[in-house]
Design a protein around this ligand. Structure first.
Ligand SMILES: Nc1ncnc2c1ncn2[C@@H]1O[C@H](COP(=O)(O)OP(=O)(O)OP(=O)(O)O)[C@@H](O)[C@H]1O
Ligand SMILES: [Mg+2]
Length: 501
């Protein structure tokens, strides 16, 4: 097996904070190498150094045996290295094909760009991922998971030999993940070196050849996947055992109906959806990408218009015209896309946390009370274990998983009656995931009505009291979560089975 990349003694600090400490490691051609570690362990930073986004403070890098300096993403690309970053970076207003070929447009002899050719190629790579979308579609019109697939298509079309995927599956559901994995295996067998970062240990165990674990910026070790178990990886990651991932089910299933949704539709997105959400329960919502789950949630909170249907909130008509109005009435939506709809990356952790709860931190005269902001923020930082525990840090400087915790904190601070969470544990590590699950259960037990959209079937099964399944914009059924299996939910989600509610 040949060595594609070797790094030696890589260290990196941010404002005096050591986040990578003397890391030495190699990635081989024809191998899928997984990197695991808790939120903030340094996984993305290490990949950004290899990808030329950051430069290391010290250390050396070799590509195919030759020592190189990687000072920019262009340098990395020249050396055959490409990354799918954890946070998406597509241009919303450009069509799919142009995002795939941005900055390396095919041009003819007279400089005319070969649009048709690039559109065709885009279609081909997306086809390999089982995505059948029009390459001319504007990115802004596409769901989050589809955008993730476009990012992946972009590096697949680059013809490079080291491909780094930083949590590519965190927004994907079962079917897209499978399509991606098949492709990764093909690429590996063609001799590419693949680096795969994920918090989903079952994925890591099923797809990788070797696993490296980072903890607090240090290399803990590298294992052959054949010898690894999830218990072993977790104890390397956190140095202790994790308590249960899922809390017990609802204490009280006889809560009053908080939100009643009757026959709501939005053209080309979803049709005739009716359900009730009760105080004290967690209602899971599952569906494949394109099933209309997120679109439904966006319409429930007024981010998108409903074409027909009605809603009642505690018995009174509820028809928010914006998420702001919904928040005022006590209905909050935690977006799956923390960058777009969730967080202000250039603002501090504290200001993000209170953004939807200004009434709690404002004096009767309308001035914002900084001490109150601080109190609310610090309480939630503690409860959610945001690391580092600094309320004045810009959110953009936190690791992906810690940003997710701040987003959760923002909605908890607002103390809603109805909390709709979309992929709440996206990108958070096992420990933090368990913490978020227990927290959601506590909120429900205190009387909140929680609706949870998730692509993670074990999470849907582990946490929900009832499970709503959508397929191509239609409600396939609402199932009591008793004796359910992943297979059962999948067959409903694929539209093979309809369950009468
Ligand atoms: N631009 C930056 N400025 C300051 N600190 C940063 C910056 N980028 C990352 N950090 C810090 O470096 C540490 C490692 O972050 P990194 O994003 O590499 O973690 P990660 O292992 O990818 O975590 P996650 O699983 O949450 O994505 C964190 O403490 C983070 O706050
Ligand atoms: Mg990361």
């Amino acid at each position: 097996m040949t060595e594609a990349i070797r790094i030696s003694g890589i260290s990196k600090s941010f404002s005096g904070n050591l986040v990578l400490d003397n890391i030495s490691l190699s990635f081989n051609s024809g191998e899928i190498h997984a990197i695991c570690g808790e939120n903030g362990a340094g996984k993305s930073t290490l990949m950004k150094i290899i990808g030329g986004v950051y430069t290391a403070d010290s250390g050396r890098i070799w590509v195919r045996g030759e020592e190189v300096q990687i000072r920019s993403p262009q340098d990395a690309f020249r050396h055959g290295i490409g990354i799918v970053h954890q946070e998406l970076s597509l241009c919303e207003n450009m069509p799919v094909w142009h995002n795939v070929f941005v900055n390396r447009e095919h041009a003819g002899p007279l400089g005319m760009i070969k649009k048709r050719e690039m559109q065709e190629e885009t279609k081909t790579v997306l086809g390999k991922l089982n995505m059948h979308i029009d390459p001319r579609a504007r990115v802004s019109t596409l769901p989050f998971a589809t955008r993730q697939m476009i990012e992946i298509a972009k590096i697949l079309s680059m013809n490079i030999d080291v491909l780094i995927f930083d949590e590519p599956t965190s927004a994907l559901s079962e079917r897209e993940t499978q399509a991606l994995f098949e492709l990764l295996l093909t690429l590996r067998n063609e001799g590419k070196a693949i680096v795969f970062i994920s918090h989903k240990l079952d994925e890591v165990l099923s797809i990788s050849d070797r696993i490296t674990v980072l903890r607090d910026g240090c290399l803990v070790g590298t294992l052959d996947t054949k010898e690894a178990t999830s218990g072993k990886i977790v104890s390397m990651m956190v140095g202790r055992d994790i308590k249960d991932l899922y809390p017990p089910k609802a204490k009280n299933r006889n809560g009053k109906t908080i939100l009643q949704v009757s026959g709501v539709s939005r053209k080309a997105k979803f049709a005739d959806i009716s359900f009730e959400l009760k105080a004290g329960e967690i209602l899971g919502l599952y569906g494949l990408v394109g099933s209309g789950r997120t679109e439904l949630a966006l319409s429930l909170v007024g981010a998108d218009r409903l074409d027909s249907g009605t809603m009642l909130l505690e018995g009174s008509p509820f028809a928010p015209r914006s998420p702001r109005q919904a928040i005022k009435k006590g209905v909050c939506y935690l977006s799956e896309d923390r960058k777009q709809l969730g967080l202000f990356l250039e603002m501090s952790v504290a200001d993000n946390i209170v953004a939807a709860a200004l009434d709690r931190v404002t004096s009767p005269l309308g001035t914002v009370l900084r001490q109150e902001v601080q109190n609310v923020a610090e309480e939630l930082i503690e409860e959610l274990d945001v690391i580092p525990k600094k309320s004045d840090l810009d959110v953009g400087r936190l690791s992906g998983g810690n940003q997710q915790k701040v987003l959760m904190g923002k909605w908890l601070a607002a103390r809603p009656k109805v909390l709709i969470v979309d992929e709440p544990s996206r990108g958070v590590d096992v420990g933090a995931k368990s913490r978020i699950h227990f927290l959601l259960r506590d909120l429900a037990n205190q009387g909140m009505a929680v609706m949870m959209i998730s692509s993670d079937l074990p999470e849907i099964l582990g946490l929900s009291d009832r499970i709503m399944v959508m397929h191509e914009g239609k409600l396939q059924g609402i199932l009591e979560n008793e004796g359910l299996t992943q297979e059962k939910i999948m067959s409903v989600a694929y539209g093979e089975e309809v369950v009468s509610a």
